[in-house]
Design a protein around this ligand. Structure first.
Ligand SMILES: [Zn+2]
Length: 142
């Protein structure tokens, strides 16, 4: 849950700052990887992503989970590709919101507050082909 919630946070923030979409992720108990596109992060970018994530952790933002009409979600989500994966017949969506950092349809389980994530430490980034960067990170104990 800590890793999954931290991935929401990072994906949401990176989309807002760099307009890079999350195109893949692997969540492990001890570290995670998230693939972003289009992306070509510099060391300064990685530092900024880490700082922005940890600012939200330190702020102790409540993680809200609620149901919303599909049309409402469609108008709020900037990355429409997420919604294309959900069958059209589903008209009510379960949404997770982390303050202004993330708003995203998701059926998973999440923490109640970003404080529970613990601090995020980016380990490295690797280029995974054209305009795609993979960020690996770990969490310090909450
Ligand atoms: Zn989720």
């Amino acid at each position: 849950m800590r890793m999954h919630t931290s991935q929401h946070l990072m994906s949401g923030l990176v989309f807002r700052i760099y307009a890079a979409r999350t195109v893949g992720n692997q969540i492990h108990a001890d570290f995670s990887r998230v693939d972003f596109q289009p992306a070509n992060f510099t060391p300064d970018d990685l530092k900024r992503i880490e700082e922005e994530c940890n600012a939200v952790v330190d702020a102790g933002v409540d993680v809200r989970i609620f149901e919303e009409d599909r049309v409402v979600v469609q108008n709020k989500v900037e990355d429409r590709s997420l919604l294309d994966l959900i069958p059209q017949s589903i008209r009510r969506l379960r949404v997770i919101e982390i303050g202004p950092a993330d708003y995203c349809p998701c059926g998973g389980t999440h923490l109640k507050n970003t404080k529970e994530i613990g601090r995020i430490r980016i380990l490295e980034k690797r280029s995974k082909g054209k305009e795609t960067d993979r960020i690996s990170y770990e969490l310090e104990p909450a």
